[in-house]
Design a protein around this ligand. Structure first.
Ligand SMILES: Cc1cc2nc3c(=O)[nH]c(=O)nc-3n(C[C@H](O)[C@H](O)[C@H](O)COP(=O)(O)OP(=O)(O)OC[C@H]3O[C@@H](n4cnc5c(N)ncnc54)[C@H](O)[C@@H]3O)c2cc1C
Length: 524
C-alpha cells in the first residue's frame, strides 16, 4: 500500500472510531470481574461508576493480588510493588469514581529515587524528580561527559513518550490500526526506532558502561532482557524522572486498600476464596462457573486473571477456537522474568542506605543469560534490590523492614528452574545475604526474622504462571503487538491487568482498566 493509501485507510478507521463515540450509552450490564488485583479493582470501580452492576470474584482470601503484604511483630513489608510511578493515573481513577486520591492515601515523594551501587564501588544517588537534577547527579558520580549524554538520551526518551503515549498506552492495541496511526507520522516511527533494542539505543548514547547498566535495569521493569527489549522502554526512566518516584505512607498496599474501599463504597460486590473454573458461552459470554459448580450469569466478563490461563483453561472448546489468534500471540512471546523475595526484620537503622537501593553485579549479561537462556537457573551474582522504607508505620522504632528482590527465572519444572528443589531457597537466600555483606551490608548480627518467597510461592498465591511478575515480557521488537488485547474475539469477554495490553506495573494495569471501561461504555 502506498504512503497516501496508508493515510486514507487510517482516516477511515479514525472515522469509524468517531461513529463509535457518538453511540455512547449502552444497556446496564451484569459484569463479573475475575480477580481482585489492581487492574481488576480499577476496572470494577470504573464500570460500577458508569452504571453497571459489578461482582468481583477472587480465589484468594483478600484483594490486591501481587500487591501483597506481610506483617511480623510491628514490621510491615510490601511483598509486591515498592515503587509508585505516574500517580496521575490513580488520581484520574479516583476522581472519575468519586473523591480525590489524596483523601484516601498519603502519597510521599522521595527526595532520592534510587541509590545505585556499581560493582566498582561507585555510588549514584538519583534524585526523585527532574531530568536536570538526575543529569547533575550522574555527572557528579560518573564524571566525563555522562551528564550531557544523559540529557541527550532523555531528550530522545521524551520524544518517544510523546509518540507512543496515546497510540500505545492509552488506546486499545490493534496491531494494524496502531501501526497505521504511527506510520502516518514518519518522524515518530524514526524516533521510537522500532527495530532497535534498549541495549543498542543506550550503547549509541553512552560512552560509560555504567550508564548502559543503569538503563538495562529498566528493561526488568517489564520483566525483560535489555538485549531483546525494544528501545521504546527508554520511556521508563523518562517517566520516573519527569513525573517522580513515590512511596505510599504505610506501604504501597494502602493504595490497594483505598481502591478496595472505593469499590465497596460504589456498591461493587466481592466474593473471596472463590475460584472461577470456567467462562461460559460459546458465541457470546453468558457468565462463569465457580469452583463449587455454581453458575453466575453476566453479559460481560472482565478477566484480571493471567491471559494465558484465561485462554487455555477457562474457555469452552468452541470459544477457545474462536480465540486462537490470541493464544498464538501468547505462544510467540517470552514469559516475563520472576522474582525471589526476602523479607528481613532488622534491629537498628542502616546509616547510609536510601529508600530504594540497587547493587549492580559486575556481569549484568550473566543475569539475563541465567534467566532467559536455554537452561534457566538462579542467578549466581544477581543485581540485589533492597527497599528499606523510612516510614514509621512500617517498622518499630530503631528497627528496619527490608524487602529484598532478586530477578529470577520462572518456576518451570521439569524443563526449567524448579524452585521446589529441596534446600534451594535456603541456600539461595544465604548466598544473597553473603553477597550483601561483601558489598558492605552485613545483616547477620541485626537479623531478627527472615522470610522468603520464591516464584513458585507467587504462582500459588496469585496464579501468575511460573511466578512471572508481568505476564509476558517485552523481549522482541514486536513484543507490544504480541501482548493479549483488552478486547477478545469472544464477544463479552475483556482482559485487564499486567498480562494484557498495555502491560504490568501499577500505572499500566490501571491504564488497561481505563481502556476496558471506555470500551464497555456508560450504562444509559
Ligand atoms: C515482587 C514484585 C515486585 C513488583 N514491583 C513493582 C513496583 O515496584 N512497581 C510497580 O508499579 N509494579 C510492581 N510490580 C508489578 C505489579 O505488582 C503488577 O503489575 C500489578 O499489581 C498486577 O496487577 P493485575 O491487575 O495484573 O493483577 P494481579 O495482581 O496479577 O491479580 C490477579 C488476581 O486474579 C486472581 N485470580 C487469578 N485466577 C483466578 C481465578 N480463576 N478465579 C478467581 N481469581 C483468580 C488472583 O488470585 C489475583 O488476585 C511488582 C510485582 C511483584 C510480584
Amino acid at each position: 500500500m502506498s504512503f497516501l493509501g496508508l493515510v486514507t485507510f487510517a482516516e477511515r478507521i479514525r472515522g469509524r472510531d468517531a461513529q463509535y463515540d457518538k453511540r455512547r450509552g449502552v444497556p446496564m450490564s451484569q459484569v463479573i470481574v475475575i480477580g481482585a488485583g489492581m487492574g481488576g479493582m480499577a476496572c470494577a470501580a470504573r464500570l460500577q461508576a458508569q452504571g453497571h452492576k459489578v461482582t468481583v470474584i477472587e480465589q484468594a482470601p483478600t484483594w490486591g493480588g501481587k500487591l501483597g503484604r506481610v506483617e511480623h511483630e510491628g514490621h510491615v513489608f510490601d511483598t509486591g510493588p515498592s515503587l509508585l510511578t505516574l500517580p496521575a493515573v490513580y488520581r484520574d481513577l479516583f476522581l472519575k469514581t468519586g473523591k480525590p486520591l489524596e483523601e484516601s492515601v498519603d502519597i510521599v515523594d522521595l527526595e532520592t529515587a534510587f541509590r545505585y551501587q556499581f560493582s566498582d564501588g561507585t555510588i549514584l544517588r538519583m534524585p526523585g524528580v527532574g531530568i536536570g537534577n538526575s543529569a547533575d547527579a550522574i555527572g557528579d558520580a560518573l564524571g566525563g561527559s555522562s551528564a550531557t549524554e544523559w540529557r541527550n538520551f532523555m531528550v530522545r526518551a521524551g520524544a518517544m513518550w510523546a509518540a507512543t503515549r496515546t497510540p500505545f498506552l492509552e488506546s486499545e492495541l490493534n496491531g494494524l490500526r496502531t501501526l497505521l496511526a504511527l506510520s502516518t507520522r514518519v518522524r515518530d516511527l524514526r524516533t521510537i526506532a522500532p527495530q532497535k533494542t534498549l541495549r543498542s539505543l543506550s550503547e549509541h548514547y553512552f560512552t560509560d558502561p555504567r550508564l548502559v547498566t543503569l538503563v538495562d535495569r529498566y528493561a526488568t521493569y517489564t520483566g525483560s532482557d535489555p538485549r531483546q527489549a525494544p528501545a521504546a522502554l527508554a520511556t521508563i526512566p523518562y517517566i520516573e524522572q519527569t513525573f517522580g518516584a513515590y512511596h505510599v505512607s504505610g506501604g504501597l498496599r494502602e493504595l490497594g486498600r483505598a481502591l478496595f474501599d472505593r469499590c465497596v463504597g460504589l456498591g461493587v460486590n466481592f466474593k473471596f476464596d472463590t475460584d472461577v473454573t470456567a467462562i461460559n458461552g460459546s458465541a457470546q459470554v453468558t457468565g462463569v462457573t465457580l469452583g463449587d459448580g455454581q453458575t453466575l450469569s453476566a453479559e460481560i466478563v472482565v478477566a484480571n486473571a493471567d491471559a494465558s490461563a484465561v485462554y487455555q483453561n477457562l474457555l469452552s472448546e468452541l470459544a477457545r477456537r474462536m480465540c486462537r489468534s490470541e493464544m498464538r500471540k501468547i505462544r510467540k512471546s517470552t514469559p516475563s522474568l520472576a522474582g525471589f523475595v526476602m523479607l528481613l526484620a532488622l534491629d537498628e537503622k542502616t546509616a547510609d542506605l536510601d529508600h530504594h537501593n540497587v547493587f549492580f553485579p559486575q556481569d549484568y549479561d550473566a543475569e539475563f543469560d541465567s534467566i532467559f537462556g536455554k537452561h534457566p537457573s538462579p542467578v549466581e551474582q544477581p543485581t540485589i534490590y533492597v527497599c528499606r522504607p523510612d516510614d514509621p508505620l512500617m517498622s518499630p522504632e530503631d528497627a528496619e523492614s527490608w524487602f529484598v528482590l532478586i530477578n529470577a527465572p520462572r518456576h518451570q519444572p521439569p524443563s526449567g528452574c524448579d524452585w521446589h528443589t529441596p534446600g534451594l531457597v535456603d541456600e539461595y537466600s544465604n548466598r544473597i545475604l553473603d553477597q550483601l555483606a561483601t558489598r558492605g551490608y552485613e545483616t547477620a548480627a541485626r537479623l531478627k526474622w527472615l522470610s522468603t518467597s520464591s516464584p513458585a510461592d507467587l504462582e500459588s498465591r496469585t496464579r501468575a504462571p511460573g511466578g512471572s511478575i508481568y505476564g509476558t515480557s517485552s523481549n522482541g521488537t514486536s513484543s507490544a503487538f504480541l501482548r493479549p488485547s483488552n478486547t477478545s474475539p469472544l464477544p463479552g469477554l475483556f482482559l485487564v491487568g499486567g498480562s494484557a495490553h498495555p502491560g504490568g506495573g501499577l500505572p499500566l494495569v490501571a491504564m488497561s482498566a481505563a481502556i476496558v471501561a471506555k470500551h464497555i461504555g456508560h450504562a444509559n
